[in-house]
Ligand binder design. Sequence first.
Ligand code: C5P
Length: 123
Amino acid sequence: KETQADEFLRQHMDPDTSKVTASYCNTMMKLRNVMGEPCKPVNTFIHEPLRDVQAICLKGDVPCKNTKSDCHQSSSKMRITDCRLKKGSIYPQCDYETQQKRKYIIVTCEGNPYVPVHFVGSV
Ligand code: C5P
């Protein structure tokens, strides 16, 4: 069974990609099987080394906006791609807008080792 940590890797990690094309999100949302039904509205892929993303868990405690108790924010901006479902897009034709950004990312972490399990957002 896929652990939450493995699910985070599948849904959010793409360290070896630095430049993305306009079709990146449509390709990746399918390839990583994150579209869901109905189409998942927003999903972020992170283009930084895994160790740098895992390190976020060890510092940078910030309050969570929701019920999740323990959020961690990266100390530097990270290269990410924001995938947003285009208006009027209906499953199974999930059509995403691809936007490359550099932002601080916020995750929640769990377990031992204490590793990222949810992508909360970017600021
Ligand atoms: O914000 P919300 O809880 O609705 O987000 C649901 C899921 O959407 C998150 O668990 C995460 O997988 C994804 N998400 C994301 N990037 C964002 C916001 C949400 O990947 N900026």
